[in-house]
Write a protein of this length. Sequence first.
Length: 65
Amino acid sequence: MISSVYYGIRLVDLVVLSPYSPIDTSIYELAVTKYIDAFFIIGLTALIAGVVLLFLINYKRISSC
């Protein structure tokens, strides 16, 4: 999903921002990088929280036996 967002933004970058100066596109690419990094951090945090939650559920089940 993130890669499709990235390539969609790159396509818009090529079509819409090509007439503009390289400074504008570099600022835009920096914003896109921050946007993708935010998605990655949110996904990684959710993954770690899910693993910890599964561990806690199984730990309660094992310790109650």
